[in-house]
Design a protein around this ligand. Sequence first.
Ligand code: E4P
Length: 218
Amino acid sequence: MRIFLDTANVEEIASGVKMGVVSGVTTNPSLVSKEGCTSYKELVQKICKVTPGDVSVEVIEEDTRGMLTQARQIARWADNVVVKVPSTAAGLEATSNLKQEGIRVNMTLCFSVNQAVLAALAGAAYVSPFVGRLDDIGEDGMALVGDIVDIFNNYAFETRVLAASIRHPQHVLQALRYGAHVITMPYKVLTQMTKHPLTDTGIERFLSDWRSTGSAFS
Ligand code: E4P
């Protein structure tokens, strides 16, 4: 499985990559807007430079023609770009065309198994079920991830299930249990995953016991 960071912040990405655990990134227009950039292309190129693996970059068009035009441009911005396209009928048409052109697509804003299966049939490299947003409306977002993984296994679909809209470490644990191929998370959740109070108190105790020995290190 792989961990991606869900951010457009270059410093956060560089920090996650340095830990050796982050291999990719997902962005979206809302995340990009927080970075206050003047050029989408320049920001994406900076992100792609510090990221060892795939970087999902979303189109900002709703019709197939517009999506295709933007997707072809985005695909030229960096070798590790994956174009993000919404899970709509227009998005499916764009995805199947892009697949034929050798451009990889992440079908985003997926909220049902049916949308995910269509994404796989259209040839998407990734499909992104949004867990937190389903939880927000009283549904079980993680159950959707589990269903998609099971159904994709039934048919040996190659599309990777990318659990998105992850809000806390328990979401990560559940996504792992359900066998999500990729989990994309905010930097805050990655940081939370590294922490345990018993680790902190254990370090304190070991260090104070060591200091009490008065020994030299070598
Ligand atoms: C995924 O690709 C999306 O960028 C993201 O996970 C959305 O998460 P949110 O629901 O927290 O905005």
